[in-house]
Design a protein around this ligand. Structure first.
Ligand SMILES: *[C@@H]1O[C@H](CO)[C@@H](O)[C@H](O)[C@H]1NC(C)=O
Ligand SMILES: *[C@@H]1O[C@H](CO)[C@@H](O)[C@H](O)[C@H]1NC(C)=O
Length: 424
């Protein structure tokens, strides 16, 4: 039985006689029992409209509006437009059930990680909207909604049949798109190569290095999740000639439209192994799925974080072991660093203050030693060592009273406690 009442009779009669469909009758009788809308499916609708034939972009808006004006004409009717069940809602109630049945009884939610977009078009009726052009000059859904709010009933009725005429053609076969919301994967990477940029290196449209950290990690991850694309980000970055050792550098990837959305522990480990084995230039650890929100932890307070480095330093004057021991006693040395010459083409000229928390020196021979540094993130290490023509002050040349240069640099640790370590 349909949940209709005696008082609904005038509306029912009015709508039925104008050829309106049974579901629109339910809508105007403010029936919000979802099952009633689905039930009509099986009963058969006679000459009524079938929803699947009728749904297209503007029909959703125009025909219901015309229907509403038609119903409003009924004398003694007390009906608030807000109480009428919206076409959108009725459509959802009907479709959810049908889709679920079609897919063998799966649960269908309107808010889910997996979105199915179905687009119906009805070219004949697009023309119906043209009169609204004078009210609102662009044709988007919102524009039509706005135009319908503005237009007077009289004007609308002059241009549009009321009650609406029954359509004679069906809408075009629907286009269907399936989309899974992004999955986020995080981990830490080591880079063991001094000729590998972090991201593809392109100068004047020409590729400089054949690979990059990003690509080496992304290729196996993309194929494991069968995603359409990715965005890569990391906690800071290293120069092409700098290695990243120790526990590695935190990174995160957004995987766009993944066709597989989760991996179990074993699969995740296999993926990690695939990346590890794909090249001897990089390794990854702590690979895991994270939330979009957790990803922001990586960028949080990046400036306050510390990083540890080892630099191989060359000195112009010969040195002895004792000449460099004083370095170990220097604590919290504040540097004024003008934007380095090598990055001036892409960064604004500025003076930044950065702190070297501690240092240690390890003698190699009369012209070389290893310098260990623990610094505030964002310190330009190369410039501290060679001085950048006095643009970084103080610098190692001043401290040692000789020209110094940096031959090799390694990142030993990036002290960001995210993502969480995964026990082996
Ligand atoms: C991610 O990449 C896609 C396409 O490559 C882009 O449209 C989108 O804006 C990116 N998102 C972020 C957060 O960078
Ligand atoms: C990959 O390499 C990293 C770094 O050496 C190591 O910690 C991790 O256990 C390796 N994982 C696999 C599955 O090989």
């Amino acid at each position: 039985m349909l949940p209709l009442k005696e008082k609904d009779k005038p509306i029912i009669q009015k709508l039925l006689s104008s050829g309106c469909c049974a579901r629109c009758i339910l809508r105007f009788c403010c029936v919000s029992v979802q099952a009633a809308y689905r039930q009509l499916q099986q009963v058969g609708l006679g000459k009524c409209y079938s929803y699947l034939q009728l749904i297209f972009k503007f029909w959703f808006l125009l025909v219901p509006h015309s229907c509403w004006l038609h119903v409003k004409k009924e004398k003694g009717l007390v009906l608030d437009k807000d109480d009428v069940v919206q076409v959108k809602e009725a459509f959802k109630w009907i479709m959810q059930g049908q889709v679920a049945k079609e897919l063998g009884g799966v649960a269908v939610f309107s808010k889910s990680m997996f979105e199915v977009g179905v687009e119906f078009t009805h070219p004949d009726t697009d023309a119906d909207c043209h009169f609204l052009f004078f009210v609102q000059s662009v044709f988007t859904r919102m524009a039509v909604v706005k135009a319908l709010e503005k237009i007077s009933d009289a004007k609308f009725l002059k241009h549009y049949p009321c009650p609406p005429t029954q359509p004679t053609s069906s809408c075009c076969p629907p286009g269907v798109q399936c989309l899974h919301v992004s999955v986020f994967v995080a981990g830490r990477y080591n880079k063991f190569c001094r000729s590998l940029p972090q991201t593809p290196w392109v100068i004047d449209g020409e590729r400089r290095m054949e690979s990059s950290v990003e690509e080496l990690i992304a290729a196996p991850v993309l194929s494991a999740f069968r995603a359409d694309g990715f965005n890569f980000s990391s906690s800071g970055r290293e120069d092409v000639d700098v290695r990243t050792l120790g526990n590695g550098r935190p990174f995160a990837m957004e995987l766009l439209n993944p066709h597989k959305s989760r991996l179990n522990r074993v699969e995740m480990k296999q993926l990690q192994e695939t990346i590890n084995k794909s090249s001897d230039k990089i390794r990854v650890r702590d690979l895991q799925i994270v939330t979009r929100e957790a990803m922001s932890r990586m960028k949080e307070g990046e400036e306050e974080k510390t990083k540890s480095y080892t630099a191989l330093v060359w000195t112009q004057k010969p040195i002895q072991r004792e000449d460099i021991t004083f370095i170990d006693d220097i604590k919290d040395l504040t540097l004024d660093q003008k934007t380095p010459l090598r990055v001036l083409h892409r960064r604004a000229l500025a003076v930044r203050q950065r702190v070297i928390h501690s240092m240690n020196a390890r003698f190699v021979d009369s012209h070389h030693f290893y310098l260990g540094l623990k610094t505030q993130a964002g310190t330009y290490i190369k410039e501290f060592v060679h001085g950048d023509f006095g643009r970084t002050k103080p610098n190692l040349c001043q401290l040692l009273n000789t020209d110094t240069d940096i031959l090799e640099l390694d990142v030993e640790s990036v002290d960001v406690d995210w993502p969480p370590a995964i026990p082996e």
